[in-house]
Design a binder for this molecule. Structure first.
Ligand code: DGY
Length: 419
């Protein structure tokens, strides 16, 4: 059976795309109405500040932040998965104090101008990444922009690790094989893949998520690490050095960590390469046909960062020409679309941008986004410290009076909590 037919079989099992639903507590107090013809779910109807949330969010702690700050919260229930600027502008209407928006939306001059005209004073992306936001357009209009760092790290790293293992050991191919009734008995040659133990993992971008992924692969599979990042990650290097010492002490082969000067060095040396860089002009098509060509023929390439970091058409050509090369992709260049041919490559593991999709993380992201908007609307200073757990885990009566993460705080001259 062709792989595309395998894939269709699987797709039919998960054919319905579902939106996260609100918790029971939330639903109990919500009413529904329409705003310029768009259905919205309303919470805390009598709140004096109007906050628009463009998609339903998991959990209900986020709502407590906004209610505590005196906000009327309107959650968009429009059926389109990706909202156009026209719909978002209708939603903002004539008065809107703050917005929680999504990474699928185009927050640039058009939307920030509409928000400013509606009296908006705060925007938060429901994401740590904000390449969908033109921050300077918000800054120009005096609008603070929030994001949600600190709660995605381990969850995203785990998914990158899952993609690595799934690709190296051909799990989705084998799963489809079973479901389609093709398994007739054990064979020495059936779905032979790559062993990771003691090989080399390469990461490009050694920030929080990259470092967490690296530790998982080094500790879990005793892999050596080679990494490229413009800045050294001394903590990660020290961690791996100590882990290597522990292994040596136990009479096992130690692991090593090396920072290199070029992306090429990582690509040539590593058996697994995982991308953990931000998307900007310098990282667009960071992985292109020339760079794919220098990777090992049976390497695994993983991307849970941003789709355009890989020239996806070049990757499809490379996967077709090199059947032992594998990739695990959470993100796509023209998301939600895939480049032609990708879905037919059995050596590609593909999932729909779910790297942050653990309940703890997605609820935490909602909490941070809401705390950003609520904090700004309450006139609180900006927290901007690495440790954001107090916002997520402390009782609501003891959470910091601050907006957890405002990316243009400095440009806007906002007061910092530590000032
Ligand atoms: C983010 O927050 O940037 C992630 O891509 C969402 O999964």
């Amino acid at each position: 059976m062709a792989f595309s037919r395998f894939a269709r079989t699987l797709a039919s099992l998960a054919s319905k795309q579902t939106e996260p639903s609100c918790s029971i507590a939330q639903r109990a107090f919500a009413t529904t109405t329409t705003v310029n013809g768009i259905p919205v779910e309303v919470h805390n109807e009598s709140g004096s500040k109007r906050v628009v949330v463009t998609k339903s969010l998991p959990g209900d702690r986020w709502l407590q932040y906004l209610v505590k700050a005196g906000c009327r919260v309107e959650v968009c229930k429009h059926p389109d998965i990706i909202l156009s600027n026209a719909i978002i502008k209708q939603l903002l209407g004539g008065k809107c104090d703050g917005v929680i928006g999504q990474l699928t939306e185009d927050w640039g001059s058009e939307l920030f101008e509409a928000l400013r005209q509606a009296g908006g004073k705060a925007y938060s992306n429901y994401a740590v990444g904000y390449n969908n936001v033109k921050v300077d357009e918000a800054t120009k209009r005096g609008i603070p922009v929030g994001n949600t760092p600190g709660v995605l790290t381990e969850t995203t790293a785990e998914l990158a690790a899952a993609l690595t293992l799934a690709a190296a050991r051909r799990v989705p191919e084998a799963d489809v094989f079973m479901r389609s009734g093709q398994y007739k008995g054990w064979l020495p040659t059936l779905f032979v893949g790559q062993l990771l133990q003691n090989k080399t993992v390469g990461i490009i971008g050694a920030g929080r998520i990259g470092a967490a992924y690296a530790r998982m692969m080094v500790e879990g599979h005793k892999m050596n690490l080679v990494y490229y990042d413009p800045y050294p990650n001394k903590q990660l290097e020290e961690y791996i050095r100590l882990y290597g010492e522990l292994l040596r002490h136990r009479g096992e082969p130690p692991v090593a960590c090396r920072r290199v000067e070029t992306v090429e060095e990582v690509l040539k040396e590593a058996d697994v390469v995982s991308l953990h860089c931000n998307l900007d002009a310098s990282t667009k098509h960071l992985i292109n046909s020339q760079r794919l060509a220098i990777m090992k023929k049976d390497a695994v390439l993983v991307n849970a960062a941003r789709g355009p970091c890989i020239d996806e058409a070049a990757l499809v050509a490379h996967l077709k020409a090199n059947p032992d090369f594998r990739c695990g992709l959470d993100v796509f260049e023209d998301e939600p679309a895939m480049k032609p041919g990708l879905a037919d490559c059995p050596n590609a593991v593909i999932v729909p941008h779910i790297a942050s999709a653990s309940l703890w993380t997605r609820s935490g992201m909602a909490t941070l986004a809401a705390a950003n908007v609520a904090g700004v609307l309450s006139g609180y200073p900006v927290w901007n410290k690495q440790d954001i757990l107090p916002f997520v885990e402390k009782p609501m009566t003891a959470v910091p009076a601050a907006a957890p993460s405002i990316v243009n705080a400095k440009e806007l001259g906002l007061k910092m909590a530590s000032d």
